[in-house]
Design a protein around this ligand. Structure first.
Ligand SMILES: Cc1cc2nc3c(=O)[nH]c(=O)nc-3n(C[C@H](O)[C@H](O)[C@H](O)COP(=O)(O)O)c2cc1C
Length: 218
């Protein structure tokens, strides 16, 4: 790795450990009262020390996003987690609005847009579709990596490192026990990002970060 790589990137990915990476979870779910899975995952994010949790639909029910406040939050954190249900192969509308408004030219990208350089971005997603549906011969025809390409490339354009996504598939058939297990996995991933104990090299071998945590968390 080049020595000119930004410090936060290295910290977030576990290369140096003198400072705890700070984590911002941007959560977007327009109908949390109907949610089973995200409602549970939210507990893991909210309850973990060192995590700032921002519920976008709670904060901006009218879609009037405070761009300056959101940009300040981004600047203050090393790892940005975008947690949301998969809606029409993408994110709920408010997160798209957030991207459109907050990631300004000259701030997040463009010649002088370096505010996010060196940070890491993690998508934490729940899908109704089962994992096997997300492949060329499957019901949804495309892989998750292909469908998440806009998020990956947005991160890249902003000088951020896009981590392998945390994905919970097949939400409609999950039992309460399954949801607890995924919530526990999510908590462990967030803690590992915070504590620099996530082996990103190992994680990159999997299509999703939580495919086999025994090989990814140390
Ligand atoms: C408007 C809408 C669009 C959806 N689009 C997709 C989709 O493109 N792919 C998919 O697998 N599931 C899709 N779903 C299912 C949700 O992803 C699923 O209900 C959600 O992840 C469950 O999480 P929750 O219990 O937190 O609501 C959609 C659901 C809604 C309401």
């Amino acid at each position: 790795m080049s020595s000119s790589r930004p410090v936060a990137w290295r910290r977030a990915l576990g290369y140096i450990g003198e400072t705890m990476p700070s984590i911002l979870v941007l959560f977007a779910h327009p109908a949390l009262e109907k949610s089973r899975v995200n409602r549970s995952l939210v507990r893991a994010a909210r309850d973990t020390a060192g995590v700032t949790f921002q519920d976008l639909y709670e904060r901006y029910p009218d879609f009037h996003i405070d761009v300056a406040a959101e940009q300040s939050l981004l600047v203050e954190h090393d790892v940005i987690v975008m947690q949301h249900p998969f809606y029409w192969y993408s994110a709920p509308a408010l997160l798209k609005e957030w991207l459109d408004l907050v990631l300004e030219h000259g701030w997040a990208y463009g010649h002088d847009g370096k505010a996010l350089h060196g940070k890491a971005l993690l998508s934490a997603i729940t899908t109704g579709g089962r994992e096997e549906a997300y492949c060329p011969r499957g019901y949804n025809r495309f892989t998750m990596a292909e469908l998440l390409a806009p998020f990956e490339q947005t991160a890249r354009l902003c000088g951020m490192d896009y981590l392998p996504p945390f994905i919970v598939h097949g939400t409609h058939s999950l039992s309460a026990t399954d949801i607890e297990r995924h919530t526990d996995d999510y908590r462990r991933v967030i803690e590992a990002l915070r504590d620099n104990t996530l082996d990103l090299g190992a994680a990159r071998a999997f299509s999703r970060l939580n495919a086999d945590l025994t090989k990814v968390l140390h």
